[in-house]
Structure formats: structure tokens, C-alpha cells
Design a protein around this ligand. Structure first.
Ligand SMILES: C[S@@+](CC[C@H](N)C(=O)[O-])C[C@H]1O[C@@H](n2cnc3c(N)ncnc32)[C@H](O)[C@@H]1O
Length: 270
């Protein structure tokens, strides 16, 4: 999926379904939800912003009566979120230019958005600006110190074109080395993300990793689809084991630096 202002209604539904319909999608979903939801306080008194909320899967965890706003580049993603949640406020906007006053929110989350933003420092400054002093900002980003990032970089490079040739002949447009669909997709390492936090005036309080089971590999190399047909129980058990291990190792050195996702929570200074 390519994220632009003009994402269609079908793409929005496809994104939501991609996290619910297959075992690989479900694993991606709960292995991202668990560490993020555990880093924020979901209570009525806290005003929450989900920056790049997509179809609103994180906002579904808000407490009854809790005030929240979802902001996203795409109107169709917001419409899908509004349809599903039936409550809350949704605003079209960009992370780099958030359409809110200073210090408006108590807590801010932003999941899997930063890699699509060209000016990441500006986005972090904006998240910090709209956060209350003492409030928290939680960002989940794809980790650049992973095989996933190596694979993505190959597909984004000229070398990818060469590797792709035999796969194109065999698989046509299903080749797993075809051009990477995102024109801009820049993952961060844990030190880079922490540095962006510090620069934006957010004191880093918590660092953890998430997602051990390489769902990207299961999706791009069709292993997930094949296993889901012939051995779904095996796949389910594998993801359960990964989830239980990652919960234990998420904050442990060196695993927190090496998992597929990195999660950082920072506190806005005065
Ligand atoms: C991978 S989806 C993640 C959505 C949601 N946070 C989730 O985890 O389900 C990326 C989302 O970021 C949005 N997005 C991309 N660039 C953005 C930007 N510069 N400002 C705001 N939203 C952006 C896209 O429209 C899309 O909804």
C-alpha cells in the first residue's frame, strides 16, 4: 500500500483486513498493539492523539468517555476509522504540520508512520509541540537493524532490479523482488529514534522492541499463505511462541535493539 492523500476506500478496507484476515496479519497486529497499549494510560482523564491513526485500531482501546483525536493524511482512512469506532474526532493533517495548538494532548501515539515521513525531525518536533509538559509520546517505528530492512533496501536499490529478473520470469508481477512500492520508506534504529526524541525535547523513558516472528518474510515470500493452507496450526503455534518470547525480551538488551519494531516512549519537558 502506498500512503497518499488520495488513498481509496478499497485500499483503506484492504489495510484493515490485512491485519485481521490472515494469521500473519493477526500476529503483526497483536505484536504491535501489545507494546504500544501497555505504554499508555487509557483512562477518561487523558486526552489522546493518534498521529497517523489509519483505520483507528489503537483508538479502539480508549476507555469509554475518553477524549481522543485521530489525525491522518488520508480522508478515506479516517472515514473507515470513524465508521468502525462510531465516536471520537478525526482530522486530516500531516505529522510535519499538525493542525493543533501547543500542548493540547496528554498522550500521543504514532505507529508505523514515521518511516513514511521525509522530515522525521520535524514530525517529532510537532508531536512534542502538541504534547502537554509532562505528557508522553509513544512512537513505534520499523527497525533499520534488521534483515527486513536489508531486504527492503535491496528492493529499493538498482541491485534489486537485477535480482528481480529471474523472479519476474518465474512469477511475473508476484515476484518478491519487484520494486519496493513506497517511494520513501526510511526505517530508524533505536539510537536514531532516541536521538530524534531528545532533539525534540522529549526525555526518553522507555525503549523496547516488538515483533520477533518476521511477518514480513511470511508475507513477501508467500510462506504464510502456503502454511496457512497446509499447516495453520503450526503457524499459529509459531506466532504464539514468538509473542510469548517477545513479551519477555522486549526490554532486554540486546533484543530491544534487534526486533522488527522499536518502540520509544518519551516525556515532554517544560
Ligand atoms: C501503515 S499505516 C499505519 C496506520 C495506523 N497507525 C496503524 O498502525 O494501524 C500508515 C498511516 O500513516 C498515514 N500517513 C503517512 N504519512 C503521513 C503523514 N505525513 N502525516 C500523517 N499521516 C501519514 C497513512 O495515511 C496511513 O494511514
Amino acid at each position: 500500500m502506498v500512503w497518499t492523500k488520495n488513498v481509496s476506500r478499497e485500499t483503506a478496507s484492504e489495510y484493515r483486513d490485512s491485519l485481521t484476515e490472515s494469521l500473519v496479519g493477526q500476529y503483526s497486529d497483536y505484536s504491535e498493539q501489545y507494546p504500544v497499549v501497555n505504554s499508555i494510560a487509557l483512562d477518561r482523564s487523558s486526552f489522546l492523539l493518534d498521529a497517523g491513526c489509519g483505520t483507528g485500531r489503537f483508538l479502539a482501546h480508549t476507555a469509554p468517555g475518553q477524549r481522543f483525536v485521530g489525525v491522518d493524511l488520508s480522508l478515506e482512512m479516517l472515514k473507515a476509522a470513524k465508521r468502525d469506532l462510531g465516536r471520537g474526532y478525526f482530522v486530516v493533517g500531516e505529522l510535519e504540520h499538525l493542525p493543533f495548538e501547543d500542548q493540547k494532548f496528554d498522550q500521543i501515539i504514532s505507529v508505523r508512520v514515521l518511516q513514511h515521513v521525509a522530515n522525521q525531525a520535524k514530525a517529532l518536533n510537532e508531536l512534542s509541540r502538541v504534547c502537554q509538559a509532562g505528557g508522553s509520546v509513544v512512537v513505534l517505528c520499523l527497525n533499520s537493524w534488521t534483515l527486513h530492512c536489508v531486504y527492503k533496501n535491496i528492493r529499493m536499490s538498482r541491485l534489486g532490479k537485477v535480482i528481480d529478473l529471474p523472479f519476474q520470469l518465474l512469477l511475473g508481477n508476484r515476484s518478491m523482488f519487484s520494486r519496493w512500492p513506497y517511494p520513501y520508506d526510511s526505517y530508524c534504529s533505536m539510537p536514531e529514534l532516541c536521538h530524534l526524541f531528545e532533539q525534540a525535547g522529549l526525555m526518553v523513558e522507555e525503549r523496547k522492541g516488538g515483533t520477533l516472528g518476521a511477518p514480513w518474510f511470511f508475507s513477501y515470500f508467500y510462506v504464510g499463505r502456503i502454511m496457512e493452507r497446509i499447516a495453520p496450526i503450526l503457524l499459529r503455534v509459531f506466532f504464539r511462541i514468538c509473542f510469548s518470547v517477545e513479551k519477555r525480551l522486549a526490554a532486554v538488551f540486546p533484543f530491544k535493539y534487534l526486533m522488527d519494531k522499536i518502540i520509544v516512549r518519551g516525556i515532554r519537558q517544560q
